[in-house]
Write a protein that binds this ligand. Sequence first.
Ligand code: MTE
Ligand code: MO
Length: 311
Amino acid sequence: MIKIHSSEITPEHVYLSRRQFLQGMGLVAGHALLTACGARTSPPPAGDSALPTSSATDELGNALTPFDAVTGYNNFYEFTLRKEGVARLTKDFVTEPWTVTVDGLVSQPRTFGMEELLKFTQEERVYRMRCVEAWAMVIPWQGFPLAQLLKAMEPLSSARYVQFETLYDPESMPGQKDKSFPWPYVEGLRLDEALHDLTLLSTGLYGQTLLPQNGAPLRLVVPWKYGFKSIKSIVKITLTEAQPTTLWMAAGPTEYGFWANVNPKVDHPRWSQATERRIGENKRVETLFFNGYADEVADLYPDLDKRSWYY
Ligand SMILES: Nc1nc2c(c(=O)[nH]1)N[C@H]1C(S)=C(S)[C@@H](COP(=O)(O)O)O[C@H]1N2
Ligand SMILES: [Mo]
């Protein structure tokens, strides 16, 4: 049995839009047409700057990280281990056409075209992002809750985890020729974490389509976990019974765990996690338990002492 978490109870309007989605996908009988979604589906023209967003801060009053920093300082090891210049190295990365396969323990595995995933109602969510390396940003994402896709796929009762995979294509992602990492990039969540309303599949930021350096055309955003959980350029989502082995668990088992919940009290073996450097600002700020989302997610972890962070 899937344990239903209180945060999963579906408000009626969400339920109705999900039905529209199901009809549009041909998963249920019906001819209702989908309404257009708000997201731009074509890449912005070169030099296009960020569109205005609905708020200038997150819910705690932290200023948004400037667009140029969000798109100019990145971690994307498939291209480079450096953080600057990822935009240049990824600018020819082909993100269209793009498909995402959802398989494993679901009632009917299937492959979606990106244009189908853009039919989910796209919302804006301003989230803090905290890299395990102790730098951070505040980013206005667009996307839709992963739960909407997963529920449409009808997970089997044996499903307990969700595994995500980035594209494997060493020709277009030359960093994958570096055999010191077990490519492709793999991440994972427990099913109830994946179904949590905060967990987003992102298709854009700052009001425009996601750029390659940020994980176009589809990336995960899990704001209460260290940034490495938020896997980029996803091609496969697999529901499993066993806990997935992630790229970072395989590459650095003494430093990076499966849970990776942001916790200022549990230091990385090589540095403190008590504070963080906001990119685009000069000061360091205190790191918050669960990155400031404890009210929303702490009840996912009743045995918190053990589960807050694993090496
Ligand atoms: N496929 C893939 N996903 C990835 C990474 C990566 O190297 N490859 N880096 C992760 C890390 S460590 C962080 S902090 C975030 C950075 O996201 P950003 O560049 O959009 O800020 O992406 C995560 N997702
Ligand atoms: Mo990171």
